[in-house]
Structure formats: C-alpha cells, structure tokens
Design a protein around this ligand. Structure first.
Ligand SMILES: Nc1ncnc2c1ncn2[C@@H]1O[C@H](COP(=O)(O)OP(=O)(O)O)[C@@H](O)[C@H]1O
Ligand SMILES: [Mg+2]
Length: 262
C-alpha cells in the first residue's frame, strides 16, 4: 500500500519549558485512498497534529512527510498537496461563495481559467450554485461548512485534512457533510485525514482509525481490530476503556481497600 502520510516520532510541546505535551512522540502512516480517522477527546492533540502536518506550526521534535514532502523542509510543496478544513476557520462574510473560492484559489496560485471551471464544478457538486452570488453572511452553518470544504478542494489536492468537520453542525447539516466526505473518498479518491471526537462520525466514514489521548497514540487499526484487541464489543466501550474512562478493576481495587479498612 502506498503511504501518503508518514509521521515519525513527531512531538509538539507548548508552554514554559515545553511543559504541555500536546503531541508526544507520534508515529503513524496513512495510506493512499483511505479515510483515516483520528479520534480522541478534547485536548488530545488532534488539531495540533493537523497543524503540524499542514505546516501551520512547527514541530518541536520528529518528522513527517506528506506525499513525500518533508514538513520541516518543504512546506511550500506540502501546502500544494493538502487541503485543510480547519476546526475554526475564518470566513469572509462580505464575499459571495463564488468570490470566496476565487480568493482562496488565487492564494493557491490556481490559474484563472482553471479556477473558474473548478469553482463552477465545486459549487454545482455541493449544491451551492443557486446561491453562489449571495454573501456568505446569510448562509447557514451547514452551507458555510460546504463552502469551506469546497475551498479546501480548490487546488485539487490529493490529501484532505478535515478537523472536526461536523462538530458544530445540526444533524441534518452533519449528514450532508458526511455524504460529501464519503463521495470525496469513494468517487474523487481523495486520501482523507479526519479528526473527530464523535464516535459515530468516525465509525461511519473511516477505514482505519488512530486513537489519541493526552498527546499519545494509544491504538491504531481498523475499528474491528481495535474493538477485538480491547476485549470489548463496541467502539464506544473500547474508546472509553482505552482513553482511561472509569476502569472497572480500579473501581474494584478501591472498594476492596475500603472494605479492608472497615
Ligand atoms: N497555542 C497553544 N498554546 C498552548 N497550548 C496549546 C495551544 N494549542 C493547543 N494547546 C494545548 O495542547 C493540547 C492539545 O490541543 P489540541 O491539539 O487543540 O487538541 P484537540 O484538537 O485534540 O482537541 C491541549 O492541552 C491544549 O490546551
Ligand atoms: Mg481540535
């Protein structure tokens, strides 16, 4: 299998003297054409990882290559082959959807004629054509998310990073975005790195997942593998056990200690 993202001992520390280990010694591979789910609780280090892989922030230690390009040495090429739907992106409310795509396309140096065709295609594909001349300020959250997803695709990158793509959306909008992501994986054959703390999203969309907790990768594999290895019967149970939910044995040992004292 062709490796599209190779992460080797990547770390990012924040704070005085690097006291916050946001990402700690992460090694991981993502293969061509898969939708890889990066699952973990809030604060686990997902966004930090995505920012490093998109050359928005520098790593503290370690390395990664994206489509063969080194994130530490070749950020220009990395940015050409990746699209990013950020967790809390800025959107230009006073632009129309069409203008926004033109603006982002220009940032990515997409040639004018190609930009026109791509913008039209994406607006059609995402069902945004009818209102593409309206200002974004009037759009619903779901529609805004679709515009942002279209913008992430404007330079036709082979790899797409989606950071919590549905977390702020209502169920209907969330469903719509999930369908688009499925199409991008199946029909457009994008390699997708999807961060989420929402289990059903990951279960529905992802071929393989990695679970991150406190900056450390604690499990990686297919969902079935992870469930089996954890000795549980659902991903939810496995996830809770792995990310240090209430451990039954700990509870038991605590009770036994209590009993002994009594
Ligand atoms: N710019 C920053 N400065 C200091 N700490 C940060 C910064 N960004 C993130 N962190 C910390 O790093 C950890 C990981 O955060 P983040 O990558 O945003 O997690 P996630 O996306 O999984 O919710 C958290 O403890 C968070 O508070
Ligand atoms: Mg995040």
């Amino acid at each position: 299998m062709e490796v599209m993202i190779k992460i080797e001992k990547l770390s990012k520390y924040y704070g005085k003297g690097g006291s916050i280990k946001a990402v700690d010694n992460l090694s991981l591979e993502v293969y061509k054409g898969e939708t890889f789910g990066f699952l973990g609780p809030n604060g686990a280090g997902k966004t930090t990882t995505v920012r490093m892989l998109n050359c928005i922030i520098k790593s503290t230690n370690g390395s990664a290559s994206v489509y063969g390009f080194d994130i530490n040495k070749d950020s220009e090429n990395v940015k050409k082959v990746t699209g990013l739907l950020a967790e809390s992106p800025g959107l230009y409310d006073k632009l129309s959807a069409y203008e926004f795509l033109e603006f982002i396309g220009a940032l990515y140096d997409v040639p004018d004629d190609m930009l026109k065709v791509r913008s039209e295609n994406l607006l059609n594909l995402f069902g945004l054509k009818a209102r593409s001349d309206h200002l974004l300020e009037g759009y619903s959250r779901g529609m805004k998310q679709k515009v942002l997803l279209a913008a992430a695709l404007i330079h036709d990158p082979p790899i797409l990073f989606l950071d919590e793509p549905t977390s702020t959306l209502d169920p209907k909008a969330s469903h719509m975005v999930k369908d688009l992501v499925k199409d991008l994986a199946d029909k457009a054959e994008k390699t997708i790195f999807l961060c989420s703390h929402i289990l059903p999203v990951v279960e529905e969309l992802c071929d393989r997942i990695g679970i991150i907790s406190d900056g450390r990768l604690i499990a990686v594999g297919t969902i079935d593998d992870i469930i089996k290895r954890s000795g549980k019967s659902t991903l939810e149970e496995a996830y809770i056990a792995l990310t240090g939910g209430v451990d039954e044995r700990e509870l038991l040992s605590w009770r036994e200690q209590g009993d002994a004292k009594a």
